[in-house]
Design a protein around this ligand. Sequence first.
Ligand code: ARG
Length: 266
Amino acid sequence: MKKKWLFAAAAVLSLSLAGCGSNSTKTATDKNTDQNTDQNKKVLVMGTSADFAPFEYIDPTKSNEIIGFDVDLAKAVTQKMGYQLKVQDMEFNSLIPAVQANKIDFSMAGITPNKKRAEVVDFTDSYYDTHDYLITKKDFNFKKLDDLKGKKIGAQVSSIEEDTAKAISGKVSGVSVETRDRVPELIQEVKLGRLDAIVLEDIVAENYVKQNKDLKYSKIEGVENQKKAAAFPKGSKLVKEYNKAVKELKDSGEIDKMKAKWFKVK
Ligand code: ARG
């Protein structure tokens, strides 16, 4: 059942990925030619990486649609801003470059703003906070970082977790780091014993563990909190409008409702 979920998700993901190269990308680019005469621009294309429940994912038992907290928030915000939202799935690794190149209008994917990324995109105010967990097989006895001596740690390519994994390898001897494009691939590698551990954000890790009873998650000492924000092209006037809309949604209690819906404590 859970395996089916992962494979189905992976299949849908690669399908939508294959499909997005020409069509939707072109739509966004075309639209962006009238970016500065924003008035008649009715659709905003949001890029995301739908492998990150509860932020963005596909539940094939329900539909092929991308759902999650980020999607609900983006819908509400863009509606307030007077736009329609179109969601496009891509690999996490391509999101910031796609925003930078105006191939998509913005991205929400549980993205953590940092200095390096902020050099190439503009971030909105932060809308959530998480920190990193470690996923291992259930029988892996993880108490402290040193228990990872000589182990293989995985993370999503170009994610903050890749940096976290590398930081661990700098501290603990014999740790090697491997990356994969999509989170379900990382989960499979741990299940198959090809990776000993992966670094993943708390609530996302809890979700994957819930689906995979042979895995567990553990807290990692000394990691920083991770904020979440939407990324827009540098200089975009939409950032201000976006922040304003989020603030209104916060004040009206809408965001709390979305959080209660998606970030459920089990
Ligand atoms: N917060 C992390 C980062 O910004 C990971 C986000 C991964 N998101 C995803 N949809 N897979 O690097």
